[in-house]
Each structure stands twice: as C-alpha cells, then as structure tokens.
Design a binder for this molecule. Structure first.
Ligand SMILES: [Zn+2]
Length: 391
C-alpha cells in the first residue's frame, strides 16, 4: 500500500477548490494528486503545456528530463520558456516557471535527459511518465523503459498539423508504442522537427491532452486512452479514436519478445541523419557527403567549389553563407541548366536532410561532383561560424 495520502494546507485547499468541487476529484482525489510523482520527458512543445497543467493541478512531485538549452526558435511553441531564458538549460528555465506557478509542487530536474543508462532508475522514481519527446530515439527509449519499469506512459506526438495521444500501459492492460509501430523508421527517411515545421497551438492541444490523460490515470477516473489512439487532424478539425489492441507479436511486450533490456544500440541510431552513402567516394573521387569543416575548406579554396543553398527564401533572411548560390529545393528540377558541371557543388540546407535529397537527385541527373553538407547550416553555425544566426 502507498503511504497515507498527504493532508492539504488551507492555502492548498483554496488553490485547488475548483478541482475539489468536482465529485470525480473531491478532496481525496486532490490528495491523491499531491501524493503523485510524474515525470515529463522533454521540456519542449508538448512538455511545456503538459508540465504547466500538471504543476497547476497540484501534482506533488514533478520531474523534468531534458538536456537541451532554450533557443530562440523554441519560443514559438515552448511556452514554459521566455525570451530571457534563451541560452539557459531548459530544465532550469522550466523549473523557474513552474515554481513561480505553484510553490507547493516539488520539482526535480534531470538535466542529462533520459538515456539507456539512466532511464530505468529515473522512471522507477515516478508513478507515471508523460512523453513529450520530439525524436524517435527518445520516444522508443521512453516506451521501452516505461515497459520494463512497469509505469504507464502518456504518449503524445505531432507531425505538421496532425497529432496523436495514447496511454501505453501494458502492465495495466493495453498495448505499448511498439505494438503500433514496432521499429523506428529508417534513419534519414523522416524529417526532424527542424525540417518539418510545427504549429505552436497544436502542441498546446496535444500537450494539454497528455496532462488530462495523466490526471485521469492518477485519479482512476473516466476512460483513459488505454488501447486507443486519438488522432487529430487540426486542419480539418477531425478527431478520431482508433482501437489499438496489444500485439502478441510485439518485439517488446509480446509473447516472444526480442527486446529484453535497454540496449543503447536500439536508440542511438534511431532517426539520426542518414549515414553518408558508405562515405564512399564516387569514381570521380567526390564524396557523397562532407562535413561542414571540409565544406568550409573546399568553398574557401581557390573558389572552385560552389555552395548551393536549397533552403526557402525566408530561411535566407535568417542566415546565409557569403558567396553561396540559392535555388530552393522545389525549383531545382526546372533550373538544372543554371548549375555548373565543371565545379564541385556542395549542397546546403538547414540540417542536411533536404540537401541530401538534392544531392542524390543531382547525381541521378549526371552531376557527379556533388556533395551533401552534413548537418547543414545549423552545424555550420555550431562548428564553423558561431556568428551565424541559428533557428
Ligand atoms: Zn507492445
């Protein structure tokens, strides 16, 4: 049996009175929330509204796991953070905001994020996990760790204008994330957040739904999205709930599981940028992919290499490399005649994914001296020219 539920001070009773007035919550439910320990993985677009509502709701212990720092381009949706927090660790910025919102909540920060090495021990310290991660590696790690730690996981994810929410709780019945999606997509086949774009208000909707499901699970009320996947198309305002039973062949929670422990190899490569195609040089001796350092050297040397920037015009307004030529990705097929066949072309985009597609396309069109710049202008800003504005 858990410890006896905590008593609430007069100040807490006043603060939570609109909860306590609900028959389904009541004083005992509010005390149950005060006893609860919830970990929010990711203090970003989904973690922001989720953590704000959970803290406001009076969840007794709230953990935040994130290793990133606040960047300016986060502020469009990550409402835990403000302009003054740019550059600060996200967990610190988040803890400041949440402490100001509700001083009755005990905040715990995990600035190292979750890793295959720490996830089980960290998850064991909480009753429920809210997954607000924005990449497949962390998402699969959170799912697997929650399964091994026997903790319910409130899943949320977003792609462009679509969002998904579910509760994965194999120990309490129902599927895990791998029952629906057994393996991460192949590296490089899906755009990352920086590539796809995301609408801020949709993060608010999905993260808030995650907080709602978490509160329902903690209170034991209503019908949580256990064994059901809520799919939201925000452009059409179409909300569907799909039944998703447990898969007996699931590699994690199935009858003959292949995954029996958190092996770092299962997560590190997930959704990492695609490997340079073998790193192999073509017959002409031109590598398919070069580092930003190498690209910088090639572009500076005797003016022979041409940097072809395939980003959108608005991205150029944020930052660009001097001397680069700009043709947006979608115009490349129609403007091949503008590209030199006697120069080494270095293709640049934001993070190296669109430019990889252009590199492959140009090589398929007979341009043999074409290389992708791995990591794009984001890596260039990190490692070559810190004066470039990041986004
Ligand atoms: Zn499963």
């Amino acid at each position: 049996m858990p410890d006896p539920l905590p008593t609430l001070s007069p100040a807490e009773l006043s603060r939570y009175s609109r909860h306590i007035l609900l028959d389904e919550v009541g004083l005992e439910g509010q005390r149950r929330l005060a006893a609860a320990r919830v970990l929010v993985v990711g203090a970003g677009g989904l973690g922001s509204p989720a953590a704000l509502y959970l803290a406001a709701a009076g969840v007794g212990t709230l953990g935040l796991a994130d290793l990133d720092r606040v960047e300016e381009h986060n502020l469009q949706r990550q409402i835990l953070h403000d302009t003054a927090a740019v550059g600060a660790p996200k967990v610190e910025s988040a803890a400041r905001r949440l402490a100001a919102l509700n001083p009755h909540v005990r905040l715990r920060v995990h600035p190292e994020g979750i890793t295959p090495a720490n996830a089980l021990a960290v998850f064991a310290e909480y009753d429920l996990i809210v997954d607000g991660s924005d990449n497949f590696g962390t998402r699969y790690l959170a799912n697997d760790a929650a399964f091994f730690a026997r903790r319910p996981l409130v899943h949320g994810s977003i792609f462009k204008f679509e969002g998904q929410v579910a509760v994965f709780d194999p120990a309490g019945g129902g599927p895990c994330y791998r029952c629906l999606f057994p393996e991460p997509p192949a590296p490089g086949t899906v755009p990352g957040c920086g590539e796809a774009g995301v609408l801020g208000a949709l993060c608010g909707v999905i993260g808030s739904l995650q907080a709602l499901e978490a509160v329902k699970c903690l209170l034991g009320i209503g019908q949580p999205l256990r064994g059901r996947l809520l799919v939201i198309d925000s452009l059409a305002q179409d909300y569907r709930t799909l039944e998703c039973p447990r898969d007996p062949h699931c590699p994690l929670c199935g009858e003959a599981p292949r995954i029996r422990a958190l092996d770092a190899a299962n997560y590190d490569a997930a959704c990492a940028p695609a490997p340079a195609t073998g790193g192999a040089a073509t017959p002409a001796g031109v590598p398919v992919e070069v580092t930003v350092e190498e690209a910088s050297r090639l572009a500076a040397a005797a003016g022979h290499a041409l940097v072809l920037d395939v980003r959108e015009p608005y991205e150029l307004e944020i930052c660009q490399l001097a001397g680069s030529r700009h043709i947006p990705l979608r115009q490349i097929p129609a403007r091949l005649g503008e590209l030199p066949r006697d120069r080494h072309i270095l293709v640049l985009c934001h993070t190296g994914q669109r430019s990889r597609r252009v590199t492959e396309f140009l090589r398929g069109q007979g341009f043999s001296a074409v290389s992708n710049i791995a990591g794009g202008i984001a890596a260039w800003a990190d490692r070559v020219d810190p004066a470039l504005r990041r986004y």
